[in-house]
Design a protein around this ligand. Sequence first.
Ligand code: ADP
Ligand code: F6P
Length: 319
Amino acid sequence: MKKIGIMTSGGDAPGMNAAIRAVARRAMSFGIEVYGINYGYAGLVAGDIFKMERSSVGDIINRGGTILYSARYPEFAQEEGQLKGIEQLKKFGIDALVVIGGDGSYHGALRLTEHGYNAVGLPGTIDNDIPYTDFTIGFDTAVNTVVESIDKIRDTAASHERTFVIEVMGRGAGDIALWAGVAGGADEIIVPERPFDIQQVAKNIQNLRARGKKHTIVVLAEGVMHANEFMDQLKQYGDFDARSTVLGHVQRGGSPSGRDRVLASKMGAYAVDLLNEGKGGIAIGIENNQLTYHNMTDLFSSKHQPDMELYDINKTLAK
Ligand code: ADP
Ligand code: F6P
């Protein structure tokens, strides 16, 4: 292993920079040359590739976003794009590519692997929706951002005795809603992984009100429906003085939490160690607090499952 490439792809996530730093510095400690690829697969195909130095990754561990930029580049789903990408990697003499990204980016890395190119996936997404890892880089920070927002909205909800429907990100996954819902003391958590009955939700809110709790926090995963739509449905079953809030992209930004920085550092270093041992075509994860890896080709035979215990626990915690 003489030269490796790093890229970030798909939605940016806090801690991607810490992962870039870890991969680059660990590789350099073995004397491996490191190449940064800007703008994900778009930059790969365009040959937007540059040699990195130790200083290229200085002062970034604390920064959200990604210094390598990111892009959505659907053309990479076509074989033509994939072959062009491999051509560029070969032109620069890059032996292996570390892709930091989410579900879609992993599919790109899988395609490279299927073409016989050595790609390694590091899970970087706020959604926490990658198979074979309990946590992805960026998830913890996003949860903390959402919790901070719920705390603020709670003040208004309590002062005005209102019901708030707070829509959080996660694409098709309910992880952010579950974790932030429990941590934020939500009365209801609505996720794609569990069916819900709007009439029952309304009844629960009425019961809470009858017991003296006049304000309600509903945390809604975006994968279920839009907050406005949910609120409109809810209003059919009672007057809850409801408001909806869509937290949106604030959830993607900001300085990564200590936990995300550590996770990124551990995973980045581990990926390089495995490459240095001659492994490849793998995805890095953390399972039961142990770093693990799985063959990229096996990854999508499994589907990520959120911790649904949180859902059940929360049912008993709402007062
Ligand atoms: P994320 O990685 O955060 O899930 P996307 O789903 O947008 O974000 O995927 C990021 C990029 O990965 C896409 O813009 C595209 O370049 C590449 N990609 C996504 N799906 C595929 C696929 N099926 N095959 C090859 N490349 C893909
Ligand atoms: O995958 C990260 C994510 O923020 C999802 O939670 C969300 O559904 C999506 O990206 C938003 O994408 P965009 O930034 O392209 O609107």
